[in-house]
Design a protein around this ligand. Structure first.
Ligand SMILES: NC(=O)c1ccc[n+]([C@@H]2O[C@H](COP(=O)([O-])OP(=O)(O)OC[C@H]3O[C@@H](n4cnc5c(N)ncnc54)[C@H](O)[C@@H]3O)[C@@H](O)[C@H]2O)c1
Ligand SMILES: O=C(O)C(=O)C[C@@H](O)[C@H](O)[C@H](O)COP(=O)(O)O
Ligand SMILES: [Zn+2]
Length: 358
């Protein structure tokens, strides 16, 4: 039986299905997808090679006319050029306003395909089929779609909700170790911002989680999706509360952009960002030393990096000024106050940030 979590957004509400070896149940969930028009399965090279045929057959067996578009994949392809290419594919393959986009892959595919769906012919339906841990716990839920610019992450995009999220945890068996760790960074984030019990669970079950025990994964993915659904239902467009999901991201996005999206995965950059957000919180007595140590130790114990390397602190702070949470040129950050509780703090002095970037 799949776990089902509802994202309660009025007319835009949808379900997240999470299960083990649950692919056969997907076809039965597609009743609402219009059959008269062509749909498109968007994926990346690696995922399509592993799972493309299987998903293609499931979608066909549900009576859909399916076209395919395969991106090169990786963070450096999450840009306007790839988006333009995808629009051309959608036009040349005969998609129309009743068409549906199926995003099969990690967060990169999900964010690009979601934004293509949001903007193609002013918006068509889309379904998230997340295949990475990061996508199953975070990016497939909540409707943030978009692409990067060379100046900064996700600077162009839309809030646009999918009609279904379907996650088969068994797909994670083929995920490279670094990509698995990258998803764990976002999982740790949920523990720090919202749920001390989840944080304890991550500390206690480290060996089973590292070994990708399926029951642990179902527990973690379900809990992260529940938290995200709760936050998004209260603040879909990030007027306030939703910004908590950005813990570590203002630093992390700067690390990613300054290394041309090549040195760190998103989760690695967020992990380092959480270390520095925690350091800043400790320096301003917002969090006690013991909790601050627990955050950094957990990140380290899951094999994630703790330092950004040889980027100049002044450049990091300059990039942090481009973050979408800022207003009037002042930096806003999410800082941890305790395990399970973080706060959105505005008007942070850039010199204070630079001082902890050691
Ligand atoms: N929209 C949101 O709310 C949100 C949330 C978090 C992150 N993001 C975005 O998500 C992106 C990162 O996502 P990601 O970590 O999934 O990266 P990704 O999409 O690049 O996937 C990572 C790598 O894993 C491969 N892969 C994916 N599933 C696989 C599987 N089952 N087996 C083997 N290989 C597999 C991919 O081909 C890729 O090489 C970033 O661009 C980030 O900004 C968005
Ligand atoms: O869903 C959200 O809200 C998040 O902030 C989740 C983040 O993990 C994710 O990386 C998101 O894409 C960052 O959003 P951004 O608005 O800072 O670009
Ligand atoms: Zn993120």
């Amino acid at each position: 039986m799949n776990r089902v979590i509802n994202v309660d957004l009025g007319e835009q509400s949808y379900n997240i299905h999470i299960g083990k070896e649950c692919l056969p149940s997907l076809a039965g969930l597609l009743a609402g997808v219009p059959r008269g028009s062509r749909s498109i399965l968007v994926s990346d090279d690696i995922v399509f090679r592993l799972y493309g045929e299987q998903f293609y057959e499931i979608l066909q067996s549900a009576g859909l006319k399916i076209e395919v578009a395969v991106l090169a994949g990786g963070e450096s392809c999450k840009n306007l050029e790839t988006l333009g290419w995808l629009y051309e594919q959608m036009i040349s393959k005969g998609l129309d306003r009743q068409s549906t986009v199926f995003a099969l892959g990690g967060g990169v595919v999900g964010d690009i395909a979601g934004f293509a769906a949001a903007s193609f012919m002013r918006g068509i339906g889309y379904i998230q089929l997340p295949t990475s841990l990061l996508a199953q716990v975070d990016s497939s839920v909540g409707g943030k779609t978009g692409v990067n610019l060379s100046l900064g992450k996700n600077l162009v995009g839309a809030f646009y909700q999918p009609s279904l999220v379907f996650a088969d945890v068994n797909l994670l068996n083929t995920l490279a170790e670094k990509e698995y760790q990258t998803g764990l960074a976002e999982v740790i984030k949920y523990g720090v911002i919202w749920d001390s019990k989840l944080f304890d669970y991550l500390e206690t079950n480290i060996e089973s989680i590292k070994a990708r025990d399926m029951d642990c994964l179902i527990h973690i993915i379900s809990r992260c999706c529940e938290i995200k659904a709760e936050i998004v239902a209260q603040d879909e467009k990030e007027k306030g509360l939703r910004a908590l999901l950005n813990l570590g991201h203002t630093f992390g996005h700067a690390f990613e952009a300054l290394t041309e999206y090549k040195k760190f995965t998103h989760g690695q950059a967020v992990a380092i960002g959480m270390v520095y957000a925690t350091r800043l919180a400790a320096a301003t007595d917002m969090i006690n030393e013991q909790d601050a140590k627990r955050v950094t130790d957990l990140i380290k114990n899951y094999g994630l990096p703790l330092h950004y390397g040889d980027i100049r602190p002044s450049e990091i702070v300059a990039r942090m000024h481009l973050d979408k949470k800022n207003t009037g040129g002042k930096i806003t950050l999410v800082l941890p106050a305790a395990i399970g509780r973080s706060e959105i703090v505005g008007e942070i002095d850039p010199a204070q940030i630079e001082a902890i970037l050691i």
